[in-house]
Design a protein around this ligand. Structure first.
Ligand code: ACO
Length: 389
């Protein structure tokens, strides 16, 4: 058997062959199915991009119309799912609520006809349609309100903002939000996508695939970083505090949220587009006090850590955009999930095409041939574990 070098975090180890997206981390290029992200952000919509990612090509007018129509039709939630959500604690994190709801869909639509294209299509439509309704419904329910029903006359993004804020959004806000979804829809084999692929490789149902990916996206080193960025800007509080903050983080070898990426060694192209979107919103709806701090932070991190390839990632400016759209901070990651469902489903479908169950190996570092110690003679370990020793 060939013994491979162990790479923590599987850095640079290919986990699959994929034709869905491509990143050039040195040049700051991201493509979905060969089309550059800036072009999609400018010209496409989220649903058209989702179609592109999942089915492999841009849809004709009729195909897009049918896809949008089906998604509109499936936006509503079964009352049992809404009832289940009412039992969730208000203080629970919306990502946990979303993970539970995504998994619960499997209770209603669990037939695993993975070799039936109609089943695949129905699952794609249901997940894309219902995830935004779940996120908006949990937001209203935790405030003690009834969820707002989706509106069939509104497109995907406008409808989400409507369900969330209980009023029709400004057209610029809806368009900006739609671009945000496009930007977050897919990004090669990141942690949550890998998680989706591993789950998919067992041939379980697509709701379990998405639930597992939602759980992975929630972590602060992945999708959860966008929330942490706002907490950090809040902590810093003023432009003058940026330098001491950065110096302290660097001295203590702590990560600065919203910076750095396993693949990008230049500014993430999505961060550049998001920054532009934030500025469009500020021009129309007023400045955000944190923007000045963010600009200073970017400049200083670039100065201090640019030589290590540490630049703003997608999470750095997205929070400022979402704040302007009236999205609460702890919904930033669920909003990320709304978008990334498209990428997860694309990888799920690709995985099914040439599936082999994931079963990596390990390098065992423990002892062998240990004696079985009688219970009366064992040292006390429990308390040491509890104290983190
Ligand atoms: N702040 C300070 N230093 C950093 C940062 C950062 N945010 N990111 C990387 N570095 C430094 C590391 O300390 C390391 O320095 P060293 O070589 O002197 O030890 C070097 O840059 C390489 O960084 P690694 O941690 O090895 O990079 P890795 O690829 O393992 O981690 C990650 C990437 C997890 C994204 C990391 O940059 C990070 O924790 N960033 C902050 C959290 C964040 O913003 N996550 C969102 C990422 S985008 C997304 O998931 C959607």
């Amino acid at each position: 058997m060939t013994v491979c070098e162990y790479k923590p975090g599987l850095e640079n180890i290919p986990a699959t062959q994929s034709s869905i997206s491509y990143v050039d981390g040195q040049r700051g290029v991201l493509e979905y199915r060969g089309i550059r992200i800036d072009e999609l952000a400018q010209q496409s919509t989220f649903l058209e991009t989702a179609y592109l990612l999942i089915w492999g090509g841009l849809p004709t007018k009729q195909e897009l119309g049918d896809f949008e129509h089906q998604i509109r039709y499936h936006r509503r939630l079964k009352y049992r799912i809404r009832d289940m959500m009412k039992c969730f604690p208000e203080s629970g994190h919306p990502m946990d609520a979303l993970q539970a709801c995504a998994a619960a869909l499997g209770l209603f639509y669990s037939r695993r006809a993975l070799d039936n294209p109609a089943y695949i299509q129905a699952a794609v439509v249901r997940l894309l349609a219902k995830i935004p309704t779940m996120v908006a419904a949990f937001q209203l329910m935790r405030k003690g309100n009834d969820p707002v029903q989706p509106r069939d006359d509104l497109d995907y993004s406008a409808n989400f903002l409507y369900m969330l804020n209980e009023r029709e959004p400004d057209p610029l806000a809806a368009r900006v939000f739609d671009i945000c979804l496009t930007l977050h829809a897919e990004h090669t084999i990141n942690a949550s996508t890998f998680s989706a692929m591993v789950t998919a490789s067992t041939l379980t149902d697509p709701y379990a695939v998405v639930a597992s990916a939602v759980g992975t996206l929630a972590g602060p080193l992945h999708g959860g970083a966008n929330e942490e960025v706002i907490a950090m800007l809040e902590d810093i509080g003023s432009v003058e505090n940026v330098r001491p903050y950065i110096e302290d983080r660097i001295q203590h070898k702590s990560k600065i949220m919203g910076f750095g990426h396993r693949i990008y060694k230049v500014k993430d192209p999505r961060a550049t587009i998001l920054q532009g979107l934030a500025e469009q919103l500020f021009d129309k709806f007023g400045q955000d006090a944190y923007y000045e701090i963010a600009l200073e932070l970017e400049q200083m991190v670039t100065e201090k850590l640019g030589h290590k390839g540490v630049y703003p990632n997608v999470d750095f400016y997205s929070g400022l955009v979402y704040r302007k759209l009236g999205i609460p901070t702890d919904l930033f990651t669920p909003v990320f999930a709304i978008a990334r469902v498209a990428g997860w489903l694309a990888h799920w479908k690709e995985q099914l095409g040439e599936n082999r169950i994931f079963r990596p190996t390990q390098i065992y570092t423990g002892p062998h041939n240990q004696p079985y110690i009688p219970i009366s003679e064992r040292p006390q370990l429990w308390e040491q574990h509890a104290n983190g020793l």
